[in-house]
Design a protein around this ligand. Structure first.
Ligand SMILES: [Zn+2]
Length: 132
């Protein structure tokens, strides 16, 4: 299959959206299982899969692509890299990797994580280590 050569930033920019689509597909049955109830506010809504703090999509992608040379110079078969990323997403119970929230709660969840990384970088690092 086609190959990708470039940095982790380029991978996330250009290939990341197709990974996001796969994740949406993977998480769809689970949303049904929890009856589309937002895990933050408890309202029935169209749910989004939010990567939990410490294992954001770019972080999981980076971890999966280290064997292919990430972060500096990735050289990979696109299918193999995609499989590695999805395996990493699927090897733990889904609820440990994702929270399921309505859009406003998802936005708030991501904002709090950005704040933690900015204001408390050591706590953010601890959380990442615990989740590995
Ligand atoms: Zn909500």
């Amino acid at each position: 299959m086609a190959r990708f050569q470039g940095s982790i930033y380029e991978y996330i920019n250009f290939v990341g959206p197709s990974i996001a689509n796969l994740i949406q597909r993977y998480s769809r049955p689970y949303k049904k299982e929890i009856n589309n109830i937002c895990q933050a506010c408890g309202k029935v809504s169209t749910l989004q899969a939010a990567h939990r703090w410490g294992c954001s999509r770019p972080e999981v992608i980076l971890q999966a692509l280290i064997p292919f040379g990430a972060p500096d110079r990735i050289d990979c078969d696109l299918q193999e890299a995609q499989d590695a990323i999805m395996t990493l997403h699927k090897e733990r119970p889904i609820e440990l990797t994702f929270g399921f929230f309505c859009k406003p709660c998802h936005d708030e969840y991501d904002e709090v994580w950005e704040m933690i990384q900015r204001e408390y970088p050591e706590d953010a690092e601890d959380l990442r280590m615990k989740l590995k």
